[in-house]
Design a protein around this ligand. Structure first.
Ligand code: NI
Length: 184
């Protein structure tokens, strides 16, 4: 089922999220729905708050980006109760966009690689270093479950520049191509 995507201005994007309990009902259905929603919207990541759920869960699908970022080949999976354990000192800028912030893309500087821990759909715990654009997608989605969006991380000057666009989204004046939850 395709879920409506919650846009900038919806309180759920800023709300504190809860750990996904092992017995969360219909977790597989939610994850399948999130993948379907992500694919139809042509994004590379979608976090639970973006579909109105205050949970520490996101899905990624970087497979369409493998031409540009070979490390994204096969990078399609859910991350349940993810954590960032370590960050590389080296930082890198990439242009980011977000399904909750349609029409905005800005350079964001973040650690180049991250050591992460998470559970898979079977409850198995994994720990691994993510590199390149894998690391970037993970960090962007991780922001969502911490109540942040990528424009929180851009320079004050750039933030000033996108202020009007953010306002338009929050006021319901920006209509994305995909199914979304109306702001007003
Ligand atoms: Ni996003």
């Amino acid at each position: 089922m395709i879920l409506p995507i919650f846009l900038y201005g919806q309180p759920v994007l800023r709300k504190e999220t809860e750990e996904v309990p092992a017995d969360y009902p219909d977790l597989r259905v939610l994850i399948d729905d999130m993948f379907e929603t992500l694919t139809v919207a042509e994004g590379c990541g979608l976090a639970a708050p973006q579909v109105g759920k205050s949970l520490r869960l996101f899905v990624v699908d970087g497979t369409e980006l493998k031409e540009e970022y070979p490390e994204c080949d096969g990078f399609k999976q859910p991350f349940i109760n993810p954590e960032i354990l370590e960050e590389s000192e080296e930082k890198i800028a990439y242009s980011e966009g977000c399904l909750s912030l349609p029409g905005i893309s800005e350079n964001v500087i973040r650690p180049k690689s991250v050591l992460v821990r998470y559970q898979d759909i079977n409850g198995e715990e994994h720990e691994e270093w993510l590199e390149g654009f894998r690391s970037r997608i993970f960090q962007h989605e991780y922001d969502h479950i911490e109540g942040n969006v990528f424009t929180d991380r851009i320079s004050p000057i750039r933030r000033q520049f996108v202020k009007g666009k953010l306002m338009n989204i929050a006021k319901g004046r920006t209509i994305p191509k995909y199914k979304f939850k109306k702001n007003v």
